[in-house]
Design a binder for this molecule. Structure first.
Ligand code: AGP
Length: 612
């Protein structure tokens, strides 16, 4: 939800922090700030707006320091403003803190502090926690580290906090529960970040901090402890990310780069797992639970947003291939509903970031009731990945654009492989169909490249339809989730209202919306539902709706009913969503650009929703 960066070592801290914040802006960008500890005290510079605006505003200020922390915010408590921007300073001015998360019981703590004479300068929960820590330090006459430990035992909510202290010039103290924190280990220096991108060019040795852990970070020392003050040996891992993976690489936006990466990212997702010659699918994180999945009476897909759409597509795929009952749950609804979960139920948690709070808490709830949790996650080492019993990474690489694109096709590829693997073990599909689908899946990267070669045509359609007030996206079967995903992409990138619907549902009400101003996008690739979809297209056309269709190459019937078409190659209906979604990703992107929107950082959004 927010981006946090820290540095302590021999280099100038400010340039490292500000560049790190720019790399993390996809996590939140309504306000930003830095706190610099230069040995004579802590200087805080912060303001509403983007990182670049802060940078411009503090040119010429005293930015010298070897220790510092920085924050880019997605507002939870308190509107985006200079006063609510992080870092916050304690009432003594000696402590500065940044925070990613939500303190649920902050108002109770705030009332206690106000009764002790504390005055607050912001509306944030962060300032309350910081002064609560200072109050404990003062009252108990203890170290800052001990004060933090005591305070966090009273805190209800999620947090990553980084603190600097005017009285301790080299140290950053950090703690986490429910929000991500990575520490980069350098030679005589340490880096901190919400993910590894701020430290990648300096070190590839990282420590993922776990929930209820604290880190005391000095240039040449990293001490990890739990809240019981017991030391923990830091587990140093080697990152396999390259810097290029987090740069734009010549594209105008990360979103466009990531759309065009999909032939490679789906190939990377299949590589080493799918062997169409041998007819094998190797997924160790699934294999170890294969028996339980085969015997399961039901599978529950739990996710949010685009990942939920992948789960909906997986419902059709798993039920068709594995003949296992599948339910698809919005994580936020699932976890508050007191769901019926039986021991041995299979929960598949789908998440690009691996940090979505609703999904994380949903699987913790299910795990506590004896379910087996399988994560389909993109970010290696993320909280959801580590909270799962098993699963498989999508290997799509860092997805910086707020709108999820390559992660979605990676999720579909992984989920399809899992379903095929289980169906093969269970014997619920014939060997011929199994081998056919393996080959169809294996050809997807090449067919994705074919679709992307026609991007310019979609750019022209974007120009033509960019001023529409509303859009409808319609699909059936495997393409119904694609209709939902296409509508979400358009909404979140262009701010045009769009709705996805099962095509047959139109006649139960929404068809009243149809007139000559309404573009209706049909996902109409050749499949078992195609004939019915043609009828639906005729129903819309008869009411002067403007029909735009994603069609299979050579489908003259659908083309004749459409004002405009976006073409994809022939493929089996089960793997078609990986192709049919791409024209919709491009349509949303090009309309967003044509309307002058910031497609990588859409208003009100953040890449990872780490608050409930
Ligand atoms: C998708 O374009 C959105 N950015 C959003 O719906 C996203 O899919 C959702 O927040 C879930 O995120 P996750 O996959 O990281 O859990």
């Amino acid at each position: 939800m927010c981006g946090i960066v820290g540095y302590t070592g021999p280099r100038e801290a400010y340039p490292i922090i500000i560049k790190g914040l720019k790399r993390l802006e996809y996590r939140g960008y309504d306000s930003t700030g830095v706190a610099l500890q230069n040995g004579q005290g802590v200087k805080v510079y912060k303001k509403k707006g983007r990182v670049a605006e802060l940078e411009d505003a503090i040119v010429g200020k005293d930015l010298h320091a070897h220790v510092g922390i920085g924050h880019t915010r997605w507002a939870t408590h308190g509107e985006p403003s200079d006063r609510n921007a992080h870092p916050h300073q304690s009432s003594s001015g000696k402590l500065a803190m940044i925070h990613n998360g939500i303190i649920e019981n902050y108002s109770q703590l705030k009332n206690e502090l106000i009764s002790k004479g504390y005055v607050f300068h912001s509306d944030t929960d962060t300032e309350v926690l910081l002064n609560f820590i200072e109050e404990i330090k003062k009252n108990n006459n203890c170290s800052l580290e001990e004060a933090i430990r005591i305070a966090l035992k009273r805190v209800v909510g999620a947090y990553v906090i980084l603190l600097v202290d005017a009285d301790d010039p080299n140290t950053i103290i950090a703690a986490r529960k429910g929000s991500p924190l990575v520490i980069g280990v350098g030679k005589g220096e340490h880096f901190l970040g919400s993910d590894a991108s701020p430290m990648l060019e300096y070190t590839k040795e990282v420590v993922y901090v776990n929930d209820y852990e604290m880190a005391i970070v000095k240039p040449d020392e990293l001490i990890l402890k739990n809240l019981g003050n017991e030391k923990i040996t830091p587990y140093i891992q080697k990152l396999d990310l390259e810097l290029a993976a987090i740069e734009k690489g010549g594209y105008d936006h990360f979103m466009l780069k990531e759309i065009f990466e999909q032939p490679q990212t789906v190939y990377d997702c299949l590589r080493g797992r799918l062997d169409p010659v041998a007819g094998t699918i190797t997924m160790s994180g699934i294999q170890q639970y294969a028996d339980q999945i085969v015997k399961a009476s039901r599978i529950v897909m739990v996710a949010c947003g685009t990942s939920w759409h992948a789960g909906l597509a997986a419902e059709y795929i798993f039920e068709e291939l594995c003949r296992i009952n599948v339910e698809v749950e919005y994580a936020s609804e699932f976890r508050y509903r007191n769901p019926v979960i039986n021991k041995g139920d299979i929960i598949i948690a789908i998440s690009q970031s691996g940090e979505t709070a609703d999904t994380l808490v949903a699987i913790e709830t299910a795990k506590a009731k004896g379910a087996i949790i399988l994560g389909v996650v993109n970010v290696v080492g993320s909280s959801i990945a580590r909270a799962s019993h098993g699963g498989a990474y999508t290997h799509a690489g860092p997805e910086i654009g707020v709108a999820s694109t390559k992660a979605f096709t990676g999720q579909l590829a992984v989920l399809t492989m899992i379903a095929l693997k289980i169906a093969y073990i269970k014997g619920s599909i014939s060997n011929d169909r199994y081998m056919h689908l393996l080959n169809e899946l294996n050809e997807i990267p090449e067919k994705l490249a074919w679709v992307l070669n026609h991007a310019d045509h979609i750019k022209k359609l974007a120009e033509k339809y960019k001023d529409a007030r509303d859009f409808l996206y319609l699909g059936r079967g495997y393409n119904f989730p694609v209709a939902l995903e296409g509508a979400l992409k358009l909404k979140e990138i262009s701010y045009i209202h769009a709705e996805g619907y099962p095509a047959a549902e139109m006649k139960h009400g929404p068809i009243a919306l149809v007139d000559e101003t309404l573009p209706v996008v049909f996902i109409a690739t050749k499949d078992a539902y195609h004939e019915k979809l043609i009828s639906n297209m005729q129903e819309i056309k008869a009411r002067k709706g403007r029909v735009i269709s994603v069609i299979t190459e050579g489908d003259e019937m659908a083309k004749s009913l459409s004002e405009d078409v976006m073409i994809v190659p022939e493929t089996d209906e089960i793997v078609a969503p990986m192709l049919s979604v791409v024209p919709l990703q491009l349509l949303a992107y090009y309309i967003g650009v044509a309307k002058g929107q910031d497609v990588d950082k859409p208003r009100n959004l953040a890449k990872s929703v780490t608050v409930e």
